[in-house]
Design a binder for this molecule. Structure first.
Ligand code: HEM
Length: 306
């Protein structure tokens, strides 16, 4: 649709203005990253929730990209608190479905328009701006942004000791035709482990990427894919509002990250993840971010693969 395409372009433009320069062929956001191969194997419980082919129990290959938020490839790992884990589940018939997760359970803005305003406030607050800066004023008057910033995590020991969230609500439908709203979560089998402020400050520039490469050379890294199930009244169209922790959580299966792909910097170029790719038994929910993100990712992909 016209309106979505125009919003996608405006979202791309505001992201591009976050960066001094977008290098040719590189991502305008989550620029620093590494591509890994993996597999996913569903538990029997997964099929009780959805008929989606990758949730039936046969192992499926995965492509997984770990990343740091922001558009600067040369940024030190310790400087960026928002981490990405984007992944594609690859079905035998050539179809795929993706999850694009960050290490935060909620998003910073309730609507795409407000995300544009948030970025503009950040851009109007360069280092050494007089206080309160435009960003401080924005955060002070937007509770969701305040919660997000307050919830940012310390640097983890490893990408393998952090949890990741696709944030938006999806819908799963099982063979009996029962549909449930869910939110995806990815939990580390190694357990959550963070660095102290001193350890983080002393960490080398590529600490997290080097650590993951070394760790996977010693053996696969495992995560649990879970679905948090909504109850009536839980908001499905506002990614800034967490559902209560006591909601039922179903263990859907095991993600094994097996190793970095050869020449990751080239391998990442033709990859373009999308959060709203549907399958039988798996649909996007009613969050307006799905259409907005489809649109901005299309612009971003075309720009880096002209
Ligand atoms: C309107 C809000 C958002 C905008 C404008 C936006 C924008 C972008 C852009 C332009 C990219 C680069 C895409 C590419 O070149 O392929 C990107 C990557 C990414 N985004 Fe978003 N994003 C938004 C919301 C989110 C949310 C809510 C999440 C997580 C739930 C998320 C997770 C990611 C991840 C993990 C990547 C890296 C993908 C990769 O490794 O290829 N984004 N985002």
């Amino acid at each position: 649709q016209e309106a979505d395409a125009a919003l996608g372009q405006r979202l791309f433009d505001v992201m591009a203005r976050n960066n001094p320069e977008v290098l040719p062929g590189r991502r305008v956001n989550h620029a620093k990253g590494a591509v890994y191969a993996g597999t996913f194997t569903a538990t029997p419980d997964a099929a009780m929730l959805s008929t989606a082919p990758h949730l039936q129990g046969q192992p499926v290959p995965m492509v997984i990209r770990f990343s740091l938020g922001g558009g600067v490839i040369a940024v030190p790992d310790k400087a960026v608190p928002v981490h990405g884990m984007a992944m594609s589940f690859q079905l035998p018939d050539g179809r795929s479905t993706d999850l694009m997760c960050i290490n935060m359970p909620v998003f910073v803005s309730p609507t795409p328009e407000e995300f544009i305003a948030f970025n503009k406030a950040a851009q109007a607050s360069p280092p050494n701006s007089p206080q309160p800066t435009a960003l401080q004023r924005f955060i002070g008057s937007h509770p969701a942004a305040q919660r997000f910033v307050a919830g940012l995590k310390p640097m983890p020991q490893s990408f393998a000791t952090d949890s990741y969230f696709a944030i938006h609500a999806y819908r799963l439908t099982n063979a009996a035709g029962e549909t449930r709203a869910i939110r995806w979560r990815i939990l580390p089998e190694a357990g959550y482990a963070a660095r102290s402020a001193e350890e983080a400050a002393a960490s080398p520039p590529n600490a997290l990427f080097d650590e993951l490469e070394a760790r996977t050379k010693a053996g696969p890294v495992a995560f649990r894919l879970e679905a948090q199930i909504a109850e009536p009244g839980d908001p499905t169209n506002d990614p800034t509002i967490a559902w209560p922790e006591e909601r039922r959580v179903v263990n859907l299966g095991r993600i094994l990250v097996t190793g970095e792909v050869p020449n990751s910097a080239e391998a990442e170029k033709p990859i373009g993840f999308l959060p709203g790719k549907e399958l039988p038994g798996l649909a996007r929910g009613d969050d307006p971010f799905f259409a907005a993100r489809d649109a901005v990712y299309a612009v971003a992909f075309a720009r880096r693969n002209p």
